[in-house]
Design a protein around this ligand. Structure first.
Ligand SMILES: NC(=O)c1ccc[n+]([C@@H]2O[C@H](COP(=O)([O-])OP(=O)(O)OC[C@H]3O[C@@H](n4cnc5c(N)ncnc54)[C@H](OP(=O)(O)O)[C@@H]3O)[C@@H](O)[C@H]2O)c1
Length: 170
């Protein structure tokens, strides 16, 4: 696999202040606004996810999106999903799409961060004990396009900031 930026690959992720993203194959928070934003941004597009993230989805494949699941287990398949057995294979399945969202988890984000052209980041303003973390982001590689701070309220447990970045092309 070539380690170069792939124009149609975007990462979408919610990350705590200590880079935590999950524990026991679950998310660490409930943020209604973040779920709504995720649905709005990704609907109609392709999604790439690791097998653990697929298994964490309460209703299986996400509707109105092409769900691509990466795994090493070749004799397994999931309803309404395309299976890919490498990063390259997942890229082949999504190469004709205008924008394809990498939706986790930790193992998959780590491999796609060098390739992604865009990053839709929700920063959750709290620290959590976790077993899965997002890799360190070098913000000097990214240009901020848009940012919005949201307070905690009765539907959003923690204050959070939505920011969209695009990768600098050097
Ligand atoms: N905060 C957020 O925005 C967010 C988003 C998504 C997920 N999460 C959290 O992240 C956690 C899950 O992350 P995770 O790191 O455990 O798992 P993951 O990245 O979802 O999936 C890992 C699995 O993907 C497959 N895989 C990864 N790289 C591969 C490659 N190059 N070739 C073939 N297969 C490959 C392997 O599956 P096999 O074992 O089948 O080989 C591997 O075990 C959960 O807690 C979840 O809630 C958080």
């Amino acid at each position: 696999m070539k380690n170069e930026i792939i124009r149609n690959i975007s990462i979408i992720v919610a990350i705590a202040e200590n880079n935590a993203i999950g524990k026991d194959n679950r998310l660490l928070w409930h943020l209604s606004e973040d779920l709504k934003r995720f649905k709005r941004i990704t609907s109609g597009h392709s999604l790439i996810m690791g097998r653990n993230t697929y298994l964490s989805l309460p209703g299986g494949a996400l509707p109105n999106r092409k769900n691509i699941v990466i795994s090493n287990i070749r004799n397994e398949s999931f309803p309404d999903c395309l299976m890919a057995y490498s990063i390259d294979e997942s890229l082949k399945l999504s190469e004709k799409e205008p924008e394809c969202f990498v939706i986790g988890g930790g193992m998959i984000y780590r491999q796609f961060l060098p390739l992604a052209a865009r990053l839709y980041l929700t920063r959750v303003h709290h620290t959590f004990e976790a077993d899965t973390y997002f890799p360190e982001i070098d913000f000097s590689e990214w240009i901020e396009l848009d940012s919005e701070y949201c307070n905690a309220d009765n539907r959003n447990e923690f204050a959070h900031t939505f920011t969209i970045y695009k990768k600098k092309i050097i």
